[in-house]
Design a protein around this ligand. Structure first.
Ligand SMILES: N[C@@H](CCC(=O)N[C@@H](CS)C(=O)NCC(=O)O)C(=O)O
Length: 213
């Protein structure tokens, strides 16, 4: 058995943050498939034995079960000594961007993409317009941030960058817009992250793609 197990599924940008981090730091890890679209995270068994919050991802390591991707990233950064911001101020700054990502970037793009591609029935136009507007407003802020520095905290990549990738490598047709083309600085930054050794696309890194009908 691998040192780390990650409960995840291919369509989850929240889980991708953790899967990408595991790969980038060269961890010995294996995915554990969550049958999210058939309701596994809503079962009593999942909530009692995997994650009381009913969410993916969950990282299992050395008797610990960690959820919330930001917590998982912090744990892996500390253990590996990689992607850790170098000063206390940068640590706080990284945390600030991860919370912003969770709530505003991934927090809007995730439900938007879910309602557009996977939910039955699909999202109502008023809800879709709202989430798209929120996502665009958040991406504007990230794009501005990346206009002057190559990475979110400056010259070197940190866990805040890994977090921010969550939904951004999924195919444009799943959103109905091309994030990398629309936000040029985000697009260039995505290419920089993609050039890192052991980078992999979410659909290649986590199980469950393509989704069976
Ligand atoms: N802030 C959490 C978000 C996790 C999350 O919402 N994951 C989705 C899957 S992509 C989920 O499990 N949703 C179930 C629900 O909201 O009930 C994180 O970054 O880990």
């Amino acid at each position: 058995m691998a040192e780390y197990q990650l409960y995840c599924f291919a369509q989850s940008g929240n889980a991708y943050r953790a899967a990408l981090m595991l790969n980038l730091v060269g961890a010995d890890w294996q995915p554990v498939f969550i049958d999210f679209f058939n309701g596994e995270t809503r079962t009593a068994a999942y909530r009692s034995s995997i994650n009381e919050m009913g969410e993916a991802p969950v990282l299992v390591h050395a008797g610990r079960k960690l959820s919330q991707s930001a917590v998982i990233l912090e744990y892996l950064a500390r253990r590996s000594g990689q992607f850790l911001p170098s000063s206390e101020d940068d640590r706080l700054e990284g945390l600030r961007w991860m919370v912003f990502d969770n709530q505003k970037v991934g927090g809007s793009l995730g439900p938007y993409r879910f309602l557009r591609n996977f939910a039955k029935p699909r999202g109502e136009p008023i809800v879709m317009d709202y989430l798209k507007g929120r996502a665009f407003a958040a991406l504007d802020i990230v794009d501005k941030r990346l206009s002057s520095e190559p990475y979110l905290l400056g010259a070197t990549p940190t866990l805040a960058d890994i977090s921010m990738t969550s939904y951004l490598y999924y195919p444009p047709d799943e959103f109905g817009f091309d994030i990398a083309a629309r936000y040029k600085n985000v697009g260039a930054w995505l290419e920089r992250v993609k050039a890192m050794p052991r980078w992999a696309h979410p659909y290649d890194l986590m199980p469950g793609h393509p989704l069976l009908a």
